[in-house]
Design a protein around this ligand. Sequence first.
Ligand SMILES: [Fe+2]
Ligand SMILES: [Fe+2]
Length: 293
Amino acid sequence: MTTTTTQNPLTDTDLLDEERKERYGDSPSSRFTDPEKPKEAFRDYDAPARDSVREFYNLNHHYQTMEFVLQKKAEYLPPRNRRMGIWEAMEYLNTLVDDSDPDTDLSQIQHLLQTSEAIRADGHPDWFVLAGLVHDLGKILCLWGEPQWAVVGDTFPVGCAYSDKIVYKEYFDQNPDSNVEEYQTPNGIYEEGCGLDNVHISWGHDEYIYQVVKDYLPEPALYMLRYHSCYPIHKEGAYSHLMNDHDREMFKWVDAFNPYDLYSKSAQPPDVKALRPYYEELIAKYFPEKIDW
Ligand SMILES: [Fe+2]
Ligand SMILES: [Fe+2]
C-alpha cells in the first residue's frame, strides 16, 4: 500500500479525511459506522502518512494567496470546461481510485453514495440527499491538472488575518499574503458582518461544485457544498465577525451535513448498480440532462 506520492492525483484525499476524524473525534453512534472496526483503528497512522498530511498543508498554506484564488476563479468560473450530467460526472471522477487510504478501498463514487445513503436513511429531504451525492464532484479539478493542495483539504478565508483555528497555521509564514498589511487585520479587505458570499475562500472543490450547481439546488444545500471543507468556520467558529445572520442560519445545515461526510465511510460498500435508478430519478428532478462544468 502506498502512502504519499503515486501517480494518482487524489491519493491523499482520504488521508486528509482521516486526519480530520482524528482532530474532531469520533462520531456519535451511527448505523453506518462499522461495528467490527475498533475506533483506535481509525488513528492507525504511520509516520509517513502523517508527514504527507503536513506536507499537504505546507503547500496549501504557502500557495493559496488572494491572487491565486482570483486567478482560479477567472480560469474556472463561470464553469465552461465541459458539459456533463451529474451521473456522468460521478463516473468521470471515479476514474480516480485512492490507493493510499489506510481504512478503505472505496472509490470516489462509493464515498458519494455512502454519504447520500446515510442522509437518506435518516429521513432528510431529497435535496439534502442530493447534496450528499454531489458534494465532492468538484474534485474533478484534479483530472484537469490541478494539484491536490488546490483542490482538497480544509479551506479558509483569504484577504484577512489567518485564524489560530486553522490547522498547521505556522505554514502561512511562507504565504506572500502574510506580508500584505491590509490582508492581516481581522477584517482585512472586508467589512465586519459583510456575509460570507462577499468573502474569498481558498480555492478548492467546495467553491467549484457550488458554482456548478448553484442554479439548481435549494440554498441550504448550496451552503453545505460551498463550505463543507471550511472547518475553521463550521467546526471551530472562527470568522464569525465576517458572517451575517443569514450565514449563521444556513450554517446549521452545514453542521448537519458534516457527520455524513466524515463518518459514513467504513460501512459496506454501496451497491452502485442497484442504487443507480433511484439516484438517476432524483438527479432528473433537480438537474437538466447536462450542465456546465
Ligand atoms: Fe469534500
Ligand atoms: Fe466527502
